[in-house]
Ligand binder design. Structure first.
Ligand SMILES: [Zn+2]
Length: 314
């Protein structure tokens, strides 16, 4: 390991020893851990470890260096995806996995409690940015930027690849902060910028973004919600996937339904319900979106993308 990574790790650990740093994040984490313990069974833990360590033990034969060209950035959405777009998505997913491997292979240095910490609690974009030699700072506010409609929005994050600095704003809810950090990590590993790149707040539910912004969003979604971990947590809650909508599953969802006669109008609506459901078949659990520290919309999009929900027309 080179000295700059070591320095970054040391700085990170020092920061972690400050009892007041990231207090809100830590409280949320405690809550998540308590909920997870309730949900956990002896096999779930083993499977999850296996899912992540498998990535390390069988290094990807398809390396991420060959970069497919970005085409038709304005025509997106899985249904209409052309094959170059699919190739590009696969490339982005491989890159996201490589970052997970980075964390996993250095877990003994990064986490004092690495032996008991679950992989899902290791998926932290800030750690990877620091491993890549970026200095990451969080500030109360980062000023504003002009939108295309000439209105101003608050800056949620910015990256300067030349000086290897990422600044994040603490003035947003956790799902936005987490997604923004992962979005900047996406820029760090995928895109060449000169000077400063600024980003407004997003939780991953915007669909109108184009080009590099959309790519960084896709990366963030894949980094924060890895395919196998999401599938595993989904199936631990709802049984098998894809999830069908019928009398039986409606009954099992019971108290999670917005109201008694609710009918999902689309696959997305059903995915959104499952992303925020706090119980199924008499078992209570932490909703998926909270477990992965993303918004319920970001999780709904991912569930649909991974085809964990059966297609549904209202
Ligand atoms: Zn951006």
């Amino acid at each position: 390991m080179d000295t700059s990574s070591e320095g970054a790790i040391r700085a990170y650990r020092r920061e972690q020893q400050n009892p007041y740093a990231c207090l809100d994040l830590l409280e949320e984490l405690d809550q998540l851990k308590a909920d997870r313990r309730r949900l956990e069974n002896q096999y779930a833990h083993a499977n999850e470890l296996e899912a992540l360590s498998e990535l390390v033990l069988q290094p990807n034969s398809e390396r991420a260096d060959a970069q497919p060209k970005l085409q038709h950035p304005h025509r997106t959405g899985p249904a209409r995806e052309s094959s170059p777009q699919r190739e590009r998505r696969n490339w982005i997913e491989r890159l996201a996995r490589e970052q997970h491997q980075q964390i996993w292979s250095k877990r003994a240095i990064l986490f004092a409690d690495h032996a008991t910490r679950r992989p899902i609690d290791m998926i932290d974009p800030i750690i990877v940015l620091e491993l890549l030699g970026y200095e990451v700072e969080t500030h109360g506010a980062l000023g504003s930027m002009a939108n295309s409609d000439r209105h101003a929005s608050k800056v949620a994050g910015l990256i300067d690849k030349t000086s290897r600095k990422v600044l994040l704003s603490s003035g947003f809810p956790i799902p936005v902060r987490n997604f923004t950090a992962a979005h900047e990590l996406g820029h760090a590993v995928m895109h060449d910028f000169r000077g400063m790149h600024r980003d407004r707040a997003t939780d991953g539910s915007l669909s109108s973004r184009d080009g590099v912004e959309r790519e960084a969003d896709i990366f963030a979604s894949m980094f924060l919600m890895p395919r196998r971990l999401v599938k595993q947590e989904f199936e631990a809650r709802f049984g098998r996937s894809p999830f069908p909508w019928n009398e039986e599953t409606r009954f099992a969802l019971g108290g999670s339904l917005p109201y008694e006669r609710w009918e999902p109008a689309s696959t997305r609506a059903l995915a959104q319900l499952l992303s925020s459901a706090a119980g199924f078949n008499g078992m209570n659990f932490i909703p998926l979106f909270k477990l992965f520290r993303v918004s319920e919309w970001a999780m709904a999009i991912r569930l649909e993308e991974l085809q964990l929900v059966e297609k549904h027309h209202g």
